[in-house]
Design a binder for this molecule. Structure first.
Ligand SMILES: NC(=O)c1ccc[n+]([C@@H]2O[C@H](COP(=O)([O-])OP(=O)(O)OC[C@H]3O[C@@H](n4cnc5c(N)ncnc54)[C@H](OP(=O)(O)O)[C@@H]3O)[C@@H](O)[C@H]2O)c1
Length: 346
């Protein structure tokens, strides 16, 4: 690791163009700049060496120009930002010291100066893979945990359906639902992913939505008695088909709608009267609302990982050069499991 105060070269993934429609690798470029590893006297900032970066679907939304301060777009020509795992190289903040491992919002680059280290969580447990702090022990993990237990209010024996089920969030929701004693079905976009759902994550059934001509019929086949809980990751036609198959007093956790992120005109939803007939509760979840419960979450999930009661599949891309392709791949389903980019091993 480079020493204090040294200026080092810093490979970065920068946003080249604001994106419309499907993102392309060429909307980003890999550049080399330089960075001082020193923290200004009196500043609260920390400098981290980035080890693992997380590819998340919401990042697509930040690639479109927006003046909404609640969801600021990336800055053209600057490194894009996302969740990652890093090692503190230098710190002006009393709660962080050199050598600490952290996860939180960082830049897509080798080293980042983080001016507001309150966005970082300290990593206390390293008996599990560090990359897990981009997934099962990071933002997607809290999303799955809070989305399932708090928003879906599950009960033993209920019928649970999860879309984009083999991904970072979906694979966990399915395993939590199995641990709760639910009947669990997932959909995903390839034969390989369907096998993974059934054989690795223990789902009761799974189907490849790309091979189904009629999603309503596919759901009727998998849930002859209807769906109690839908964990919504994709939106669009899938949501419409699910609404036809929900049971009375069913719950839908609206976590994401990835099928809509690259459309200039969102698709309509036609079967909403079912919400009335069946008294369905649809509730959005935003992970930020649950970050304050991180300790409780990690104390619940770490023992499950250690006991092998929950497993986690990652798709690892090596090096920042491969990061744009990894991010763009989320929108064609290229990733099998949680998409991670390794920047450095230590
Ligand atoms: N609300 C929150 O706080 C929060 C936090 C984290 C994530 N999310 C949301 O949760 C969802 C899942 O995120 P993740 O991190 O677990 O991603 P992920 O599943 O690891 O990756 C995205 C997957 O979405 C599927 N997909 C892509 N385009 C699709 C389309 N047009 N129709 C159907 N499926 C499509 C692909 O899998 P297939 O091969 O199966 O198509 C792809 O692998 C996303 O909607 C994301 O925005 C929300």
């Amino acid at each position: 690791m480079a020493g204090n105060g040294e200026v080092v070269s810093n490979k970065q993934v920068v946003l080249k163009n604001f994106v419309e429609g499907f993102p392309k690798e060429t909307d980003m470029e890999v550049k080399t700049s330089s960075i001082s590893l020193k923290v200004e006297e009196g500043s609260n900032a920390v400098v981290v060496k980035n080890l693992y970066l997380s590819c998340d679907p919401y990042m697509r939304n930040r690639m479109t120009f927006s003046e909404n301060p609640e969801f600021a777009s990336y800055i053209k020509g600057s490194p894009i930002q996302g969740y990652g795992v890093g090692k503190v190289v230098n710190s002006g903040h009393p709660e962080f010291k050199k050598g600490d491992l952290v996860w939180g919002t960082t830049g897509w680059e080798e080293y980042s100066l983080i001016k507001n280290p309150q966005v970082l969580f300290k990593i206390h447990h390293t008996d599990v893979p560090l990359s897990y702090y981009t997934g099962i022990l990071g933002m997607p993990g809290i999303t799955a945990w809070a989305g399932f237990y708090e928003i879906c209010t599950p009960k033993k024996g209920e019928y649970v359906y999860i879309s984009a089920a083999s991904g970072a969030v979906g694979q966990l929701v399915g395993q939590f639902a199995k641990l709760m004693g639910c009947y669990v079905v997932g959909s995903a976009g390839s034969k390989e992913k369907v096998e993974l759902l059934k054989n690795k994550f223990g789902f009761d059934d799974a189907f490849n939505y790309k091979e189904e001509k009629d999603l309503n019929a596919a759901l009727k086949r998998c849930f002859p008695e209807g769906i109690d809980i839908y964990f919504e990751n994709v939106g669009g036609k899938m949501l419409d088909a699910v609404l036809l198959n929900m049971r009375v007093r069913g719950r839908i956790a609206a976590c994401g709608m990835i099928s809509q992120y690259n459309l200039t005109q969102p698709e309509g939803v036609y079967n909403l009267m079912n919400v009335v007939y069946k008294r369905i509760r649809i509730e959005g979840i935003l992970v930020f609302d649950f970050f304050h419960q991180y300790s409780k979450f990690s104390e619940t999930v770490l023992p499950l990982i250690r006991a092998g009661k929950v497993v986690y599949v990652e798709d690892i891309a090596e090096g920042l050069e491969n990061a744009p392709g990894a991010l763009v791949g989320l929108f064609s389903g290229r990733n099998v499991g949680k998409q991670v980019v390794v920047v450095a091993k230590e």
